[in-house]
Design a protein around this ligand. Structure first.
Ligand code: TXA
Ligand code: MG
Length: 342
């Protein structure tokens, strides 16, 4: 796997971008940064190129991929219609962490949409991703660039750890800013539905849309999710993650119990909880009052603790407002156990 030198001011004419675009035109897969997480890209119109993504990630073939575009003309080439509400959202939030599910016209390779009649599309807000898209001139199918089931990569090194030897190259743009994946919004229904909470929050959408719904499956595990990817084990760290929901003192007691049992515990905590706990194996993920910091650091923290050193990871719960909805969605999926005071 080629790991190009970190690019700070990417342009389409930079040698590593040209080389990456050339590999993509030869049905190879290349990882690149976006503002959310690193993506693993292939030409979205080429079925065998896209097949290489599924193989490299070990991804189930019934889970559709998000297509990345550099401009709105590329959207028109992939969908049968752009409803007014989708146009409004593109104007407001693109480039950005919002994936719109629209009706596919069948131009994308069939494995991109996993046989669905709809297609998820977004324009990433990252100079390197946009330079690569312009250099290839093609829409790029790109899921997160991790092995299936693991936390998404927020640095080029995370991609390397997961996929070295399985992909053609990695473009390094440094750490990603948002840290969690895009919001997936179904725009094929009368009222748009959030299928996956992400970087653009429900509150952000409500400022633009008269009504937004949330897929009931997000709140209730009995429901079949409309977004196929939401049903799989996801974001799992190496060691089992326990999610603690309660006061800081409650967290301290859970930690004490585990230590008394002889367990090696790694803690992921906000600055506020970290100040109160008297404990050494602790990763701070930012302030409770700035959940965007927590989002940015969460996946890195989940990857930090190794099975060889730690028996259990204890992580605190966060409020579900703003980007907190996406944080808690990922933590609930990553956790094998949830402990609550009530
Ligand atoms: O921020 C992101 O969205 C990142 C970066 C690389 O852009 N990509 C990403 O892709 O997270 P991935 O494949 O890991 O997640 C795609 C999600 C899955 O949950 C999938 O089921 C859903 O989007 N999805 C894609 N196409 C869909 C469709 N047509 N209908 C419903 N859900 C769809
Ligand atoms: Mg993913």
């Amino acid at each position: 796997t080629l790991m190009w030198k970190k690019l700070n001011n990417p342009t389409e004419s930079h040698s590593s971008i040209i080389e990456a675009a050339r590999l993509l035109s030869h049905q190879k897969v290349v990882a690149f940064p976006t503002e959310t997480v690193y993506g693993l890209g292939a030409d979205a119109t080429d079925e065998s190129a896209v097949q290489h993504i599924f193989e490299a990630k070990g991804r189930p073939s019934d889970n559709p991929l998000i297509v990345h575009v550099a401009n709105e003309d590329q959207v028109k080439e992939l969908v049968s219609e752009i409803p007014p509400v989708a146009k409004k959202l593109m104007d407001e939030f693109w480039p950005g962490a919002l994936t719109l599910v629209l009706k596919s016209n069948g131009v994308a390779a069939s494995n991109v949409t996993a046989g669905l009649s709809t297609i998820g599309i977004r324009m990433p807000d990252h100079p390197l991703a946009l330079a690569l898209l312009r250099a290839t001139g093609k829409p790029l199918a790109a899921p997160s660039a991790n092995r299936s089931g693991k936390p998404s990569p927020t640095t080029a090194q995370h991609v390397y750890q997961d996929l070295n030897g399985r992909i053609a190259g990695i473009l390094d743009g440094g750490p990603t800013g948002v840290g969690l994946e895009s919001t997936v919004l179904d725009c094929t229904t009368e009222i748009p539905v959030i299928l996956r909470p992400g970087g653009i929050t429900k509150e952000d959408l409500e400022e633009i849309l008269p009504q937004v719904m949330v897929d009931p499956a997000l709140a209730d595990e009995q429901h079949q999710p409309k977004s196929p990817g939401m049903k799989y084990t996801h974001y799992a760290p190496e060691a089992p993650l326990w999610l603690i929901d309660g006061e800081d003192e409650f967290f301290q007691r859970q930690l004490n119990h585990l230590i008394e049992d002889g367990k090696r515990v790694g803690v992921i905590a906000s600055d506020q909880l970290a100040e109160k706990l008297d404990y050494e194996f602790l990763i701070r993920c930012g302030s409770r009052n700035h959940l965007s910091q927590v989002a940015e650091r969460l996946y890195g923290a989940l990857r930090e603790y190794k099975k060889a050193d730690i028996d259990v990871i204890l992580c605190e719960s966060f409020p579900e407002t703003g980007v907190g909805a996406a944080i808690m969605n990922r933590l609930n999926k990553a956790a094998v156990k949830k402990i609550q005071t009530y």
